[in-house]
Design a protein around this ligand. Structure first.
Ligand SMILES: C[S@@+](CC[C@H](N)C(=O)[O-])C[C@H]1O[C@@H](n2cnc3c(N)ncnc32)[C@H](O)[C@@H]1O
Length: 338
């Protein structure tokens, strides 16, 4: 009873209700949240502390930043799930917050896009500096557990490297990316290798215009740590998988290398297994395996690359967002416009 009263008191105040309604959509740092709700940092921090103490939100520390998001479970989280359905998005205060949230996200996306535009032609060298490519690529090929793959979707394809890695095994490959300069490099690479069955196109992972249930394998190779909403990216990608289709996520284990934020536009300093597993679960994916592909100096002050794999639940009906099912092509083919 006391716990419930504390949680009700915590959300029962206009600013905190606005905070809860924003953070139910996307995790933010305190600085970003200040910009969205238009309040000072000390004031916003006070609200956040109260909401965390009441078990409604949780703080996820990463290097020198901390992200605030709904608590993973518990009474406070249950209350948040109810409250967010009661808040009216058309309420003027909420509508203003959502507008500013869009602006914050757009600014962030523009920054990331500018970064990838700048480095597009050097990306293959930059990638090589951080990841022992060969080990990862061998692990990815082993993880699909099959010599033949019908269709493969590469999210955040960049220079198209993953399409090249899988090219011999797949009937058709599609890479999507939101950076046009990256896509130009990818097209040139695929063309040079004669991989006509692999195409790339411009798209945003949060707004995938692809039929539900149309791919056998989806790959997110070093993409999640650039994203502001990795959970949504996983959910959107999962929707495109056939029942029984496999998702392969390669990214860093949680680390402390703060300079990767400032120098390499990373938003997140890696991920822990529980976090990734909970995103899989929310996206109707069964986690399958975790493989640590340690670099030479594994540990929080160096980079450990991890391959997380998961399989889409057999039933499509449980996951496809309303309205997308009808787009499914009966023969499971997909359009690949270049
Ligand atoms: C670090 S690169 C990785 C490229 C490739 N997967 C590889 O391993 O070489 C990350 C890529 O994700 C793309 N990206 C970032 N945000 C995206 C989004 N919202 N939708 C689609 N692509 C995105 C970037 O443009 C960039 O090309």
């Amino acid at each position: 009873m006391d716990q419930l009263v504390d949680a009700l008191k915590a959300v029962g105040e206009p600013s905190r209700l606005r905070i809860v309604s924003v953070l139910a959509r996307i995790e933010l740092t305190v600085g970003e949240l200040c910009r969205v709700i238009g309040q000072s940092q000390p004031r916003t921090s006070r609200h956040l502390r109260l909401l965390c103490d009441a078990g409604v939100l949780e703080r996820h520390a990463e290097g020198t930043s901390a992200f605030y998001r709904p608590a993973a479970s518990g009474l406070g989280r249950e209350l948040l799930d109810v409250v967010k359905t009661l808040v009216d998005d058309a309420d003027p205060a909420i509508a203003r917050d959502l507008e500013r949230l869009s602006a914050v996200r757009e600014a962030r996306a523009a920054e990331a896009e500018a970064y990838f535009s700048r480095i597009a032609t050097n990306w293959d060298q930059i990638r090589f500096r951080h990841v022992a490519d060969e080990d990862v690529e061998v692990a990815l090929l082993e993880a699909v557990q099959s010599d033949r793959i019908g269709s493969l979707l590469d999210i955040g394809t960049g220079t198209g490297r993953m399409l090249e890695v899988f090219a011999d095994r797949i009937d058709r490959g599609l890479g999507i990316d939101q950076s046009r300069p990256m896509l130009n490099v990818a097209r040139a690479n695929l063309d040079a290798e004669g991989l006509a069955h692999c195409r790339v196109r411009h798209a945003d992972v949060y707004d995938l215009d692809l039929p539900a249930g149309s791919f056998d394998v989806a790959v997110l190779h070093h993409v999640l740590h650039f994203l502001d909403d990795p959970a949504d990216a996983i959910a959107q990608t999962a929707r495109t998988l056939k029942p029984g289709g496999r998702m392969l996520v390669v990214d860093y284990q949680l680390h402390n290398l703060e300079f990767l934020r400032s120098d390499y536009a990373h938003r997140r300093l890696g991920f822990d297994d529980d976090e990734v597993n909970s995103w899989f679960q929310d996206a109707d994916l069964d986690r399958e395996s975790i493989r640590y592909l340690n670099g030479p100096k594994a540990g929080p002050d160096s980079l450990t690359t991890v391959l997380w794999t998961a399989v889409r639940w057999p039933s499509l009906a449980t996951t496809a967002p309303i309205g997308t099912e009808s787009n499914s092509s009966p023969n499971n083919s997909f359009e690949v416009a270049s």
